[in-house]
Design a protein around this ligand. Structure first.
Ligand code: HEM
Length: 263
């Protein structure tokens, strides 16, 4: 949250409000909480609150620009000129939600996987560079985004002897694709030393994740710091409780015990 707020230019003291909006947004998309109308109402309320906050912030950046993303978009001198206010507010709200829950879940899924594979955790403790292939393997093996919906086919498509007719609604199960046995050797095996790891954790094609570079570095930094500093960490409950969301996968909370925190 600190990273995305810093990018946007949200003052430090306002970060807790963003936590609330990000959590509330994910909840409002969870099909298991409340009725459809309640979720719609909740979504409009968050959109309004967040919109008002971002609008005030944008107004302040018009008067006193900084080196943040909002100031940059407001002052853009490219061929399309500065971004219209509504587009700016929508873009910032999208970045906030897309950039928060996913990275939090990758870090939590990552720590969980490391605690289940103590040999890899031990290697990471001494070799922070291992975090680079490790994060790629996590995006394949335990990805935060399991499924994308809202797509449809532009033409008839043949897959494994079945024709999906043009215009059919599709759900792309990225997590299953990343464990396809025709594509990956021993797909259910967690192996940060895989030579070929073209996973689908960030999607693919023109909508490939815009935030992949910061998400990668945040997770590499967080996991190597946790590996280095937590002394004798262990899971309290395995498996941990999960959020009941079919698209975004991550523990509701990850309880761990440890003996001390190294400097
Ligand atoms: C581990 C963390 C992340 C994961 C697993 C992830 C995953 C994804 C996936 C699978 C897509 C493709 C969606 C589609 O095809 O419809 C996507 C798109 C996107 N992501 Fe991420 N994301 C992460 C972090 C971030 C961060 C940190 C940001 C912002 C700073 C971000 C911003 C976006 C945006 C704006 C798109 C839409 C791109 C487009 O439609 O052109 N994501 N992400």
């Amino acid at each position: 949250m600190a990273a995305i707020c810093h990018l946007l230019g949200v003052p430090r003291e306002d970060e807790p409000r963003f936590h609330h909006w990000a959590d509330a947004t994910v909840e409002a998309f969870d099909p298991t909480t409340g009725t459809f109308e309640e979720r719609q109402r909740r979504r409009s309320q968050i959109t309004r609150e967040l919109g008002e906050y971002l609008d005030t912030l944008a107004e302040a950046r018009v008067r006193r620009p900084g080196d943040d993303l909002i100031s940059g978009l407001l002052a853009d001198t490219g061929p399309h000129g500065p971004m219209a206010r509504t587009d700016l507010l929508n873009t910032c709200a999208l970045l906030l939600v897309a950039g928060h829950e996913t990275t939090v879940n990758l870090i939590a899924n990552g720590l969980l996987t490391l605690l289940r594979h103590p040999d890899v955790l031990e290697r990471l403790r001494h070799d922070p560079d291992l975090s680079i292939p490790l994060v790629e393997e996590l995006l394949r093996y335990e990805p935060p985004v399991h499924m994308l919906t809202g797509r449809s086919t532009l033409a008839d498509i043949d897959i494994a002897g079945t024709t999906i007719p043009r215009g059919s609604p599709l759900a792309l199960v990225l997590a299953a694709g990343s464990r396809d046995p025709h594509r990956f050797a021993e797909p259910d095996h967690f192996d940060p030393d895989r030579a070929d790891n073209a996973h689908l954790g960030f999607g693919s094609g023109i909508h490939y994740c815009f935030g992949a570079p910061p998400a990668r570095s945040e997770t590499q930094v967080a996991l190597s710091a946790l590996a280095r500093r937590l002394v004798n960490p262990r899971l309290v409950t395995d498996p941990p409780p999960y959020r009941p969301n079919p698209a975004l996968r991550g523990p509701r909370r990850l309880m761990i015990e440890f003996d001390a925190i190294a400097p």
